[in-house]
Design a protein around this ligand. Structure first.
Ligand code: SF4
Length: 432
């Protein structure tokens, strides 16, 4: 799922999604981009075992396999994810002999940072290179709460390089799908976001800064299920980030069978990229709807909540709805939403669309968005409007990577379509 930076005007304490964002481009500010070397990433790929993305169970098995006690797993996890230490020599509660052994056969490595932008409003954005050679690029955005304390910091994490689902309003979709991210590349985004706040701080004084995570960056997380599940387990683990389950949210476009599997495997908050209140329109905006239509999707959400409805993380589903002028923002669409969601405990988040180059849509007017919100609020729904954040650093997911990594067939196809459209416009005399 691809989201854009924003904070709604209400419910700031309870909904981490309100600080995350939809995939759309902003104007880039090249002079504010800071190419950097990752503090933890040697440029060459080694054959060593990377411990960054291992869950506690996997680490315990790893230590057993190398003839060590499994309690070492918890110790090492704390060093990696609580003290942000990547050098085994600094792990002072582990014997010198074991440290040397780990040094020889293991490494702690996340994705390499190639750009980082810090906004005036506190939003931070990183572009990571993943994989070998020229690699692929993914984006991660951290959004501080738009309140006086700024205490809540929500990180929007990517799960894939590009995306196969090709939602028509999404710039990441136009890049096509390149590959799934590995667990170390997913959890490495959280590691790096925290580390960026404490690079100058002594180990003993280091504290985690990211308070909320949304799996809502580039890609569809439920199509990279195992890696995403493993990463979320590390987020919840007390030996790692120890995050509350209601502060970890997975956002999906609606991969119905995987929603049911998720309900069995882990307890986190669920968000749905809805964007349309009827099948005909959703087939156009979110093509996966042709495979899993709305009736199936809503039923899966109801099952997800029913699985453990007393737990705070599953009291409701968050509904994301990007507002597209004249497309999905009419009064009848609001009425259809009311009907569609009447039996699903949900909070609705209206997202102003940020057009990307040659996007086929425009942002709904403020008046129309407020009117849409009022209709839903009057019907009893909690409905907020997301406010954009990080505009000065191009903080919306997908855009910068889209500019840098335009290399797939779909990207080429999109470019061709745009060029053809431009020719038609020019020959019809609409522009000079
Ligand atoms: S194309 Fe992929 S990343 Fe973009 S909105 Fe659809 S599912 Fe999310």
């Amino acid at each position: 799922m691809n989201v854009e930076v924003g904070v709604s005007s209400a419910d700031l304490d309870t909904d981490p999604l309100l600080t995350a964002s939809v995939d759309q481009p902003h104007s880039s500010q090249p002079d504010e981009q800071q190419p950097v070397a990752s503090p933890m990433t040697p440029p060459e790929i080694t054959q060593k075992v990377n411990l960054m993305g291992m869950s506690r169970a996997q680490l315990e098995q790893f230590f057993l396999d190398i003839g060590e006690k499994k309690f070492r797993a918890g110790q090492v996890m704390k060093w990696i994810h609580q003290f942000f230490v990547t050098d085994f020599a600094q792990m002072s509660n582990i014997s010198g002999k074991l440290r040397e052994k780990l040094e020889r056969i293991c490494e702690i490595r996340g994705p390499e940072v190639v750009h980082r932008n810090y906004s005036k409003d506190g939003t931070r954005k990183w572009v990571f290179r993943v994989g070998d050679g020229a690699g692929s690029l993914v984006e991660t955005v951290l959004i501080p709460a738009d309140d006086k304390t700024g205490a809540r910091k929500t990180l929007c994490i990517s799960s894939q390089v590009g995306c196969a689902l090709d939602c028509s309003f999404c710039s990441t979709g136009k890049q096509g799908f390149q590959r799934d991210l590995t667990p170390d590349e997913i959890i490495g985004q959280l590691w790096m976001a925290n580390y960026s706040y404490m690079e100058e701080v002594e180990i003993a004084e280091r504290e985690r800064t990211v308070t909320n995570v949304v799996m809502m960056g580039m890609g569809e997380p439920l199509l990279n299920y195992n890696a995403v599940l493993s990463s979320m387990q590390i987020m919840l683990d007390d030996f790692a980030y120890g995050m509350s389950k209601r502060r970890v949210t997975l956002s999906t476009s609606g991969v119905v069978p995987k929603i049911d599997q998720l309900a069995q495997d882990i307890d986190v908050a669920l968000a749905i990229s809805l964007h349309a209140p009827n099948d005909e329109l959703r087939n156009e905006l979110v093509p996966i709807n042709k495979k899993y239509p709305l009736a199936q999707l809503i039923a899966a959400c109801q099952r997800y909540i029913a699985k453990d409805g007393n737990e705070s993380s599953r009291k409701h589903v968050t509904i994301e709805y990007v507002m597209l002028e004249g497309v999905n923002d009419k009064p009848e669409h609001a009425q259809q939403m009311i009907k569609l969601l009447k039996n699903l405990p949900s909070k609705i988040n209206l997202i102003p669309f940020n057009p990307f180059p040659h996007a086929p849509y425009e942002r709904s007017s403020r008046n129309r968005t407020i009117s849409f919100q009022k209709t839903l609020s009057d019907a009893g729904f909690v409905c907020t409007i997301r406010q954009t954040r990080g505009d000065d650093i191009d903080a919306a997911c997908g855009q910068l990577v889209g500019q840098v990594a335009d290399r797939t067939r779909r990207a080429a196809q999109w470019k061709k379509t745009v060029e053809e459209r431009d020719v038609i416009i020019r020959t019809s005399g609409d522009i000079d």
